[in-house]
Design a protein around this ligand. Structure first.
Ligand code: FES
Length: 113
């Protein structure tokens, strides 16, 4: 499914400082589990469910731009959701993420279409 920015609903998931560099954090947006990653200044958001089985990527380990699934060690690119190491073959859904200023403070929002 192709989404345009106009189709997106933006959901507040926290402050920028809630997401430290190199870590992954679980949030819920529109009732959907989302894993939020920070790599330096960049934030990324993936569906928090491995495409290979019932495992949460937010329980995984992040290294070299990929998150390792805790169940069978499949790897997903945190920026795109594409598989980058077996046994996973199917991408996990990725979501747009942005930082906006509201009432003088930064807020992180995930876009869901
Ligand atoms: S459940 Fe994630 S790699 Fe198998």
């Amino acid at each position: 499914m192709n989404e345009t920015v106009a189709d997106l609903q933006w959901h507040d998931v926290g402050e920028p400082d809630d997401f430290p560099d190199g870590a992954v954090w679980p949030v819920v947006a529109a009732g959907m589990p989302i894993a939020v990653f920070r790599a330096g200044e960049a934030l990324h958001a993936l569906h928090d469910l491995c495409t290979h089985g019932a495992a949460k990527l937010s329980d995984g380990y992040v290294e070299n731009g990929c998150v390792e699934c805790p169940l069978h060690q499949g790897l997903f690119d945190i920026a795109t959701g594409q598989p980058c190491g077996g046994p996973v073959t199917q991408a996990v859904r990725s979501f747009p993420i942005r930082v906006v200023t509201r009432d003088g403070a930064g807020r992180v929002e995930v876009g869901i279409g």
